[in-house]
Ligand binder design. Sequence first.
Ligand SMILES: [Ca+2]
Ligand SMILES: [Ca+2]
Length: 219
Amino acid sequence: MSIRQIMFTMLLLPAFNITNAVAAPVYLNNTNISVAVGAGTSPGSFNNTFNGGNTIDKVIDAPSATATEFHDQNTHIWFTATNVGGGLELQFDFGQEFDLRTLHFWNYTSEGYDVDNINFTFFNSSNTQVGTLGIVPALGSSPGILAQDIPLAAPLNVQFVTAFLTGTNREVDFQNIGFTAEVSTPRPTPNPNQVPEPGIISLLAIGLFGTLIGRHRFL
Ligand SMILES: [Ca+2]
Ligand SMILES: [Ca+2]
């Protein structure tokens, strides 16, 4: 292998690493994550939410972040808390860590039943809290309900999310909660005694070759 070929190979290595590090955003729904009713749910009634064998998966059944849903018993969630301040707790498990980019929320269309506040708590794969977020969602569009998109200040390395939804009049009715996210890349704690990664070695090698060739041209 000539010096020119070796240099070309060395240049390709870090480029390949950089390309791999950029993960494509994905929409998280019932095909790749799970959701459950949390133990923190207040006393109350789920009304018609589970009629006809429906499950809490209705929270994550939107096929995409831009999907339109119509309010019916097959796809909405309706919880009524017994007391003001009470609400519905949902627990999401993404199966692996993601970097969250956008929160999507499909609310009910009028004040009498819509969700008025949601408090999110984010946890990594070790169940260590990595962020919180409180939102006051907008009313859903009518008649087709589209998601309100809320950019997130990059909660990173999130595997578990707890959401607590409340209505000022005890009513909690909505269609879906969704997240657009990218699979997290490992972020090891820097260790001064650690051997440099292959990418760094490649960069060092390029510098070394550059120096050698520079010297060669002067000879
Ligand atoms: Ca739904
Ligand atoms: Ca309301």
